[in-house]
Design a protein around this ligand. Structure first.
Ligand SMILES: Nc1ncnc2c1ncn2[C@@H]1O[C@H](COP(=O)(O)OP(=O)(O)OP(=O)(O)O)[C@@H](O)[C@H]1O
Length: 454
């Protein structure tokens, strides 16, 4: 992607300026923030291809920022900068999901070389690997759908490649020369999503200092991806339906009608039919979006993709000549159940590369998985991994509590959120993390979900 923008987070003013200058001279577009909380505000405004962050910062440290990014912006890689002597901390951070680290004082060439590697990986992030027969037949189906200008609903678990398929459909369609615009309905605060989609006039609401075009307008002539559509509240669903029916939009605070020519692709990692049955998703909108359903199975059900995906990740992320996979590593990869699907596989390889010697093939010991290999059978919660950091232990406790309350409330999220004293939205974030670890969640209806594969 040409749109490679970096968010640089550093609290030392001089160092921040120096790094900014280095990156700008290297030809990169950079936005800066002076601590973790400012970084989160920047992330809410626009997307970034890479975050480079110091570890030691007040009031929000690099590690706290990492945790928040992993939850809300999981496809945005984060590279940490650490003082010499705190490298073990950086290694721990890699285990918690950071993608790389640099030791201070940061060496200019090394910084630019690492950033270019991320850029190369970002450029190829949407190339589709399809080796398993199941994935190949999905690709040929997607190619046929691309040729017809209809709405597509992509379902499948988190990290299974829904966005990759959405982009594939766009590039295979007649709209390929026009924009592809993605909106993650889960990552944008509820009250901002409407303005984000439809745009607003100056002064339409407090904080609307300028006129802003919405994502529908930005996608005109092309494709709009509505990612995680089930996170949209019912009120906004009604407005979205109207825009899709009328094929026109009005910015908030304006009566001017703007005609639209947009193909909509929606994604969900839930069983949307069950959401409709439960009254959480409008039936009429469901039918409008679900003109053509495509279901991506979890990675463990298409084992033929594992090795080629791992090799591709190696060639994308290796510093020099990519190492190969030792037979032990391959066996380990094939045995893992991949609760986080392709995203998890990519992360596992990327981190293995950071921590391995550069010369040998990757061995099984180089691979560590974010979660224990869980047996995700309905009703059987795997024993969470203990003995890690305090953070991990706390998260395990929290997951247990959330799952227990949900079970007692028969999967009813609103009631569970109330009892837990958190907002439904926070509960959804937390559930998506728990879900990724492979723990079955009461109310997810995994049986029905499998049936949605049709
Ligand atoms: N078939 C594939 N070939 C190559 N890379 C893939 C494939 N599927 C997924 N990936 C990679 O895995 C990661 C996750 O993919 P993607 O964002 O498309 O998943 P998703 O299903 O949309 O996830 P979520 O529901 O969590 O948003 C990305 O880095 C993407 O490049």
């Amino acid at each position: 992607m040409s749109d490679f923008r970096i968010l640089l987070v550093e609290d030392d003013d001089n160092l921040r300026e120096a790094l900014l200058e280095t990156l700008a001279l290297g030809g990169f577009a950079v936005v800066t923030a002076s601590d973790g909380s400012e970084a989160l505000r920047r992330l809410a405004e626009q997307s970034y291809a890479l975050i480079i962050s110091d570890i030691q910062m007040q009031p929000m440290s690099g590690l706290e920022l990492l945790a928040a990014v992993r939850e809300q912006y999981r496809d945005t890689p984060l590279m940490l900068m650490t003082a010499f002597g705190t490298v073990p901390q950086a290694v721990q951070a890699i285990r918690q999901g950071a993608m790389d680290y640099l030791v201070k004082p940061v060496e200019v060439n090394q910084l630019l070389e690492r950033v270019r590697r991320f850029q190369k990986a970002a450029d190829s992030a949407f190339e589709l690997v399809a080796a398993d027969p199941q994935t190949q037949s999905l690709v040929s189906l997607a190619r046929k759908v691309a040729a017809v200008d209809i709405s597509v609903l992509l379902s499948g678990p988190s990290g299974s490649g829904k966005e990759v398929f959405a982009r594939f459909i766009h590039t295979e369609s007649d709209r390929a020369g026009a924009p592809f615009v993605a909106v993650n309905c889960a990552a944008i605060p509820e009250q901002m999503l409407e303005a984000e989609l439809f745009g607003h006039e100056k002064g339409a609401f407090t904080g609307a200092a300028k006129v802003r075009e919405g994502k529908f307008e930005s996608a005109d002539g092309g494709t709009l991806l509505l990612d995680e559509i089930t996170e949209m509240d019912l009120g906004l669903q009604a407005k979205l339906l109207r825009v899709l029916q009328e094929r026109e939009v009005e910015r908030l605070g304006s009566n001017r009608v703007i005609p639209l020519n947009v193909r909509v692709i929606a994604t969900t990692n839930r069983d949307l039919a069950a959401e409709v049955a439960a009254g959480r998703f409008r039936e009429d909108l469901y039918y409008r979006l679900n003109v053509f359903p495509l279901h991506l199975p979890p990675l463990r059900d298409r084992p033929g993709d594992i090795e080629p995906l791992a090799l591709r990740a190696l060639s994308l992320h290796a510093r020099g000549r990519p190492p190969g996979l030792a037979p032990s590593a391959l066996r380990r990869l094939r045995a893992h159940p991949w609760p986080g699907n392709v995203r998890e596989l990519d992360n596992v390889i990327q981190r293995a590369l950071v921590l391995s010697s550069d010369v040998e093939d990757l061995q099984a010991e180089d691979l560590f998985f974010e979660q224990p290999a869980p047996v995700a059978r309905a009703g059987v919660a795997p024993e969470p991994e203990r003995g890690g950091s305090l953070q991990a232990a706390l998260e395990d406790r929290e997951s247990d509590e959330i799952v227990a309350v949900l079970r007692e409330e028969d999967g009813h999220r609103g009631r569970a959120a109330q009892r837990l004293g958190i907002s439904p939205r926070t509960l959804r974030y937390k559930l998506s993390r728990i879900r990724k670890s492979g723990v079955p969640i009461p109310g997810d209806g995994s049986g029905a979900y499998a049936a949605a594969g049709r």
